[in-house]
Design a protein around this ligand. Structure first.
Ligand code: PLP
Length: 386
């Protein structure tokens, strides 16, 4: 165990100890497509009894993500929202939460249309200024939900600073680490309590599955999350566990290539006169650039840019040939999204504009294509706008 800890991330990805099937020596954990397990002695239940409570394919994946995030326990769910919603069940009626105002749309929806009905109230604040967290704390505040970089404006929150405030006030912190993955950013290392992921994105990496993960370091929290996972029951099926475990093996090489591409494209876009603003943590002009560098090893594979108007954004989406024009991100293929009508369509226009999500804003998740080809494609499309 202690020897494994010394491995670099690249090696660790392939040698967490959860790759080889103990029964056969097979080089990958098979898909245990079962719901139940024979019990030789019902008075002494075996490790596996029923697949909602535990499945060997899922457990291998759960141990892998726990190792990679530097936690003690990992949990796999049917989607990112299932992971987030289950983690939010750590709270109870009467509790108050503080969340970043730039939070993922689905998380905003579960907080404002489901948890509010169960007596859990959330205040949304601009957490890029930690003082706003302090101001929002009430006697019944129990937790803080963060995302950094945020979506789609890539706003940066100081994770260590937020964790310190939370510790002072006895609050539980949950960080959605979907955009960075444990390769680039490890929130548990700086004192965050629970990390959640939409593994649909970079961890899966191939736009071929929907999955969620949660990890904690604290044993008691691990126990509570295990109980919630089994009670709520939104577990990930064995086939998707297998695919996700397979996708994670190439996380580092995929992230490195996508970050290289995103860095080049962000700098290139920043020079284009057709574009009024570029949002990317790797640009020295970006809000929170220094904080991001302190807590994350690279700038990530997602960037947003403002074309100036809805017409121009739509024209660009029609003109580009390489990126998929779609929701989602983190795939091997580049994905271009239009936040105004995709991820943030549920938000009233004034609210959306107030948050800086303009009608001309596009978000690009950079895949593994040659950045030269992506730039040539974007350039051809941009020339149609002038
Ligand atoms: C996609 C996404 C989610 C939701 O995950 P699903 O797998 O679609 O349920 C949550 N948070 C972030 C940051 C995301 O990008």
């Amino acid at each position: 165990m202690s020897e494994e800890k010394k491995l670099t991330f690249a090696t660790q990805l392939l040698h967490t100890g959860n790759e080889i099937d103990q029964t056969t020596g097979a080089s990958a954990i098979p898909i245990y497509q079962v719901s139940t397990f024979h019990q030789e002695d019902p008075d002494n239940p075996p490790q596996y009894e029923y697949a909602r409570s535990g499945n060997p394919t899922r457990n291998a994946l759960e141990r892998t993500i726990a190792e990679l995030e530097g936690g003690t326990r990992g949990f796999a769910f049917a989607s990112g929202m299932a992971a987030i919603s289950t983690a939010l069940l750590l709270f109870s009626a009467g509790d108050h939460l503080i969340a970043t105002d730039d939070i993922y749309g689905g998380t905003f929806r579960v907080l404002t249309t489901v948890l509010n009905r169960l007596g859990i109230e959330t205040t949304f604040v601009d957490v890029t200024d930690l003082e706003n967290i302090r101001v929002a704390i009430r006697p019944n505040t129990k937790g803080i939900l963060l995302e950094t970089p945020s979506n789609p404006l890539l706003k940066i929150t100081d994770l260590a600073g937020a964790a310190a405030i939370a510790k002072e006030h006895g609050l539980l912190t949950i960080v959605d680490n979907t955009f960075q993955t444990p390769y680039l950013q490890r929130p548990l290392d700086v004192g965050i309590d629970v990390v959640v992921h939409s593994a649909t994105k970079f961890l899966g990496g191939h736009s071929d599955l929907v999955a969620g993960l949660a990890v904690t370091k604290d044993r008691v929290l691990g126990h509570r999350l295990a109980q919630l996972q089994n009670s709520f029951g939104a577990v990930l099926g064995p086939q998707d566990c297998f695919l996700l475990q397979r996708g994670i093996k190439t996380l580092k090489v995929r992230m490195d290539a996508s970050c290289d591409g995103a860095e080049r494209i962000a700098h290139w876009l920043a020079e284009r006169e057709e574009i009024s603003a570029v949002f990317y943590p790797g640009l020295s002009t970006h809000q929170g650039h220094e904080v991001h560098r302190k807590q994350s090893t690279r700038s990530g594979a997602v960037l947003s840019f403002d074309t100036g108007s809805a017409e121009r954004a739509k024209l660009l989406m029609q003109q580009v040939k390489i990126p998929l024009v779609a929701v989602s991100l983190g795939g091997v293929e580049s994905i271009l999204s239009y936040p105004a009508s995709m991820s943030h369509s549920g938000m009233p226009k004034e609210e959306r504009h107030k948050r800086g999500i303009t009608d001309g804003l596009l978000r690009l998740s950079v895949g593994l294509e040659d950045p030269d080809d992506l730039i040539a494609d974007l350039e051809r499309a941009l020339l149609q706008l002038s």
